[in-house]
Design a protein around this ligand. Structure first.
Ligand code: SAH
Length: 688
């Protein structure tokens, strides 16, 4: 019996970069994954230390008291509370005669009653071993101020039994890395990307905050409105679709400098933003505000006389309607508002067009400028001698682009960064709920994540980088860069582009439809260890296969819950249909989309009409929830699930072999809806 038969059994590939499932009669293993990144300066032994150096010691925040309760966010809704006794507290525990370094890395020694011998358990990664662990995670040393506080109760109960204890879910069941990929792709060369570097990431974060601020000021000064919620994020997502520039965050080389997606969003909020009124008094107020603002706008802008006449006449009619003696009903007000908007909007749009276009193009030009600034810093940091082609000296790729392989994370080839300066240190610290990682002396650079998510990211990193970074020296700098990238991308509050399916739904789709892969994810919200994400350079160390539209699976079963960007959703449908046409084996996509029908979005229409649509079903509004888009840094478990105000349409796009293998039968659909917390489906007619 090996220690792996206990808890470690759930995470078999912990120390392997290649999935054990990779052996298949039709596929070969991925190309040598060991040296994941090809350095341009292989002789530069400074590569590792250049980012990172080690973490310094002082905790940033005081640690939790010993035995303080620990609640992982994933435990919400599952009723798990913790009374985290330290590892020494249980009857099966022994004294922890381990080095301080190993203790700080999460290792504890316990006594197996059944085996009558000691074993070792890592409370941060859920690994268990019979032999004493050898390598600790550098940088954690003396930074976890009270390791004991992190042990959740339920874990404590089961690991007393020793490594051969029956299978249990890991300490937060919000992910399942024991599901191996069934996705086959062609071998891909390493991507020509710069490795993430704390200094460039810091500059990006500062510049994107500036860009957001500029955007907000432009909306206020030009149109007298606040930016439409999440419009900046949707702008980024839409821009990435055509961007060929070198910066992963700032769009800088798009087909068209004017984003129609952003243009539409701003225009739609002019002259004022309307929201669905609750009572007739609200409806009346909105009608009045809209009429006033339309009149003011058409008078103050350059507009043709005919447009002016139409708007003013309609506004006058509205005033008369509002002045009438009888109080108008809620429905009357809504109808009037819809009518006013329909008649005035084209003229408002015409009058505001030039000014709104200027907001969009100004935003883009600033983004191009900021991308250039980041690039200049990158060239300095990475000692690039040939700025036009930093990859000029790269040896040719020795892979075979026709070889079928089990999917594997993006590999990066990049010039080597210069050695670390003292201020490049990354500091860490924690409370009993949060883990903090900070770069340099600047408090504003501090990133905080829930400790359960921190443990998840450690697992992902171990799974994918053990061979390339066995001592995990680069873990903290890479973690900090990834967290900073997402914070820059999401801004302060935005979570609407990150909402995730509930965990029971992931469990169900994996069990019922063989899903092993998320096509839209981040290291922070992924459920599987294989997934696509927006930022290959920061996310590849945590398992990302890169952006979905650059990913070409030949077979496998996938889940797609895209961010709500219409352009990306349409591009996704096109991509899926092309992949289904080219597939060499069973291929299946389960797509989850908002059931927006007023009017239906183009992606929704295309999905419903797709020749590959085998079945569709719908979950009703307010009868299901999504996981909060900020699940990785929530302060309270209570905020983990958010009720969905829209219905969710689920469509199965499958080729014949995919349909045969993962047939969406009525029975399975029923199970799926139960996982969503819904008993019966709201069916739409099946496509012909
Ligand atoms: N993985 C979860 C959450 C999805 S939220 C689920 O499947 O339910 C949508 C995710 O898609 C976000 O994390 C967003 O950052 C990511 N995303 C955005 N653009 C992407 C792209 N081009 N390719 C892959 N993922 C992308």
């Amino acid at each position: 019996e090996t220690p792996a038969s206990g808890q470690a059994e759930q995470q078999p590939p912990l120390l392997s970069a290649v999935d054990p499932s990779a052996s298949s009669s039709t596929t070969t293993s991925p190309p040598p994954l060991a040296p994941i990144r090809t350095e341009r300066h292989p002789s530069s032994s400074s590569t590792a230390s250049s980012f990172d150096s080690t973490c310094v010691t002082s905790p940033l925040t005081p640690g939790g008291a010993p035995g303080a309760p620990f609640r992982s966010p994933g435990a919400a809704g599952f009723g798990a509370t913790g009374g985290g006794a330290a590892g020494v507290g249980g009857s099966g525990a022994t004294s922890h005669d381990l080095s301080e370094e190993l203790l700080a890395a999460g290792w504890r020694k316990f006594w197996s009653k059944r085996e009558n011998r000691p074993y070792y358990f890592n409370k941060l990664t859920n690994q268990s071993l019979w032999e004493p662990p050898t390598a600790a995670l550098p940088g954690v040393k003396r930074t976890l101020s009270d390791p004991a506080a992190a042990v959740p109760n339920h874990h404590h109960q089961h690991h007393q039994q020793g490594p051969s204890a029956p299978k249990r879910p890991s300490f937060d069941a919000a992910w399942n890395f024991s599901v191996h990929s069934n996705c086959v792709t062609l071998e891909r060369p390493p991507r020509r990307l710069f490795q993430p570097h704390p200094e460039t990431e810091l500059l990006r974060a500062q510049l994107i905050a500036k860009l957001r601020q500029h955007y907000s000021e432009l909306c206020v000064s030009r149109e007298n409105i606040q930016p439409p919620p999440d419009s900046f994020n949707r702008w980024l997502i839409e821009r990435y679709l055509s961007d060929k520039g070198s910066d992963p965050l700032f769009p800088s080389d798009c087909d068209n400098e004017l984003s129609y997606a952003l243009f539409r969003e701003i225009i739609n909020d002019l002259p004022v933003r309307l929201c669905r009124p609750k009572l007739s008094a609200d409806a009346k107020k909105q009608l009045y505000r809209y009429a006033e603002a339309s009149k003011a706008m058409i008078e103050s802008r350059v507009a043709n006389p005919e447009s002016r006449k139409i708007v003013k006449w309609n506004v006058e009619q509205t005033y008369q309607f509002l002045r009438q003696a009888k109080m108008p009903t809620y429905e009357d007000c809504l109808e009037r508002l819809a009518h006013l908007k329909r008649t005035c909007q084209p003229h408002i749009e015409e009058a505001a067009k030039e000014s709104v276009e200027k907001i969009c193009t100004k935003l883009y030009h600033l983004s191009v400028e900021y991308a250039k600034k980041v690039r200049e810093l990158q060239e300095t940091l990475f000692k690039v001698t040939n700025p036009t082609d930093p990859w000029a000296d790269l040896p040719p790729w020795s892979g075979d682009p026709k070889r079928r392989v089990r999917c594997y994370p993006v590999q990066i080839c990049s010039p080597a960064p210069r050695p670390a300066a003292q201020q490049q240190l990354v500091e860490t610290g924690c409370t009993d709920r949060m883990q903090f990682v900070r770069y340099g002396r600047d408090n504003s650079s501090q990133q905080g994540i829930c400790r359960s998510v921190f443990a998840k990211l450690q697992q992902l990193y171990t799974l994918h980088c053990t061979e390339e970074d066995p001592s995990m020296e680069k873990f903290f700098p890479r973690l900090w860069c990834m967290l900073t990238r997402y914070q820059a991308f999401l801004g302060q509050q935005s979570q609407n582009t990150q909402a995730a399916l509930p965990i029971p739904v992931f469990e169900a789709i994996s069990r019922l439809f063989g899903v092993t892969f998320e096509l839209f994810a981040s290291p922070l919200n992924c459920y599987f260890k294989q997934y696509c994400s927006a930022f290959p350079d920061t996310d590849c160390y945590f398992g990302s296969r890169g952006p979905v539209l650059d990913f070409y699976p030949l077979e496998g079963s996938f889940e797609a819950n895209p961010p709500f960007s219409e352009e990306l959703m349409v591009a996704m449908v096109n991509h899926m249909e092309n992949l289904l046409k080219e597939a060499t084996g069973p291929l299946s996509f389960m797509v989850f989309l908002p059931d927006w029908r007023d009017p239906p979005t183009e992606a929704l229409v295309r999905l419903e009409a797709s020749p590959y649509n085998r079945r569709q079903t719908c979950v009703l509004p307010f009868e299901h929830s999504y996981r909060n888009g900020m699940q990785h840094c929530l302060e309270r478990d209570e905020d983990l699930y958010v009720k969905s105000a829209h219905g969710t349409l689920i469509v199965f796009l499958q080729n014949d072999a995919g349909f045969m293998k993962w047939t969406p039968t009525s029975e399975k659909i029923k199970d799926l809806l139960i996982a969503f917390g819904q008993q019966s489906s709201h069916r739409r007619p099946q496509p012909q």
